[in-house]
Write a protein that binds this ligand. Structure first.
Ligand code: ZN
Length: 281
């Protein structure tokens, strides 16, 4: 799967999560080696972030013990910004992507295990979340038309097969890269896809992540980290409880609007912005 196809798949996954939950903010990370998709995370919400364990995350940008500033945080991100955005879906998505890449580099077996775990978690989430909507939709149709259509199936043998094929393709692609490890991957592209632009805290996290990939994991590769998001290009927002915090979602500059079309005709026009190394905004 190439970058274009992977983005279409991801935007469609996120739409599906939104349909299940009616509402929500989701992000998914796609990892490409030499322009071929080798792994992706499931679409996470902020709620999933809480489940994974908040402050233990590498990309929390606060000290796990005290909640104070840590040295990996760019100077222009305040303590409050880092704390308030701690449970954003971007944090858990980045954490999962980091775990995947370190596991892949360290041990090939762990890589496959990761993919299989992701597949299981995704399927369980789909089954759990889909049941209600499926039943309601079926009820609605039953009131309107005779004879009854078969109940819509969100996860079935076809999806199972497609997922398995994706796991196999990802493994084959990663194997290809492993054969010539000294020189490959030449390109590492990580895409953060979501239905809202990253907040100021998460924009800084993307810079830290970019640093980790280019310096620590893939010093010989050309690393690109991109944010791909639907909704507004840039939107001011206020969040937090008693101490309200102003933040901006998305990028105020240099985001480009691109068009993606699925084979079934769905069209998305998300904003795409390349993350730059800090302290450049
Ligand atoms: Zn955020």
């Amino acid at each position: 799967m190439n970058e274009y196809e992977a983005i279409v798949q991801s935007l469609s996954d996120i739409d599906q999560r939104i349909r299940q939950d009616n509402v929500g903010i989701f992000t998914e990370i796609l990892i490409l080696f030499d322009h071929v998709l080798v792994a992706r995370t499931q679409p996470y919400s902020g709620y999933d972030g809480y489940q994974v364990g908040g402050r233990e995350l590498r990309y929390a940008l606060v000290d796990p013990g005290s909640g104070a500033r840590n040295t990996r945080r760019p100077y222009y991100v305040g303590n409050q910004e880092a704390n308030v955005s701690l449970a954003d879906s971007e944090v858990v998505s980045l954490e999962q992507a980091w775990r995947w890449m370190t596991a892949w580099k360290a041990d090939h077996a762990a890589y496959r295990q990761h993919l299989v775990q992701q597949q299981r978690a995704w399927r369980e989430a789909m089954e759990a979340g889909a049941s209600d909507m499926r039943a309601r939709e079926y009820e609605r149709l039953r009131m309107e038309q005779e004879p009854l259509p078969p109940p819509p199936q969100i996860w079935g043998p076809a999806q199972e097969k497609a997922w398995q094929a994706e796991v196999d393709r990802g493994e084959a692609a990663a194997n290809e890269v492993l054969r010539d490890w000294d020189h490959r991957p030449r390109w590492v592209t990580v895409l953060l896809v979501g239905n809202v632009g990253p907040c100021d805290g998460c924009k800084a996290r993307l810079k830290v992540f970019l640093y980790d990939l280019s310096v620590e994991l893939f010093p010989k590769a050309l690393v690109v980290v991109k944010s791909v998001y639907t909704g507004q290009e840039h939107k001011r927002g206020v969040r937090g409880g008693a101490d309200r915090l102003e933040t901006g979602y998305g990028y105020p500059d240099r985001a480009q609007q691109m068009e993606y079309r699925s084979p079934t005709g769905t069209v998305w026009r998300p904003w795409v912005r390349i993350a730059t190394p800090w302290p450049v905004q």
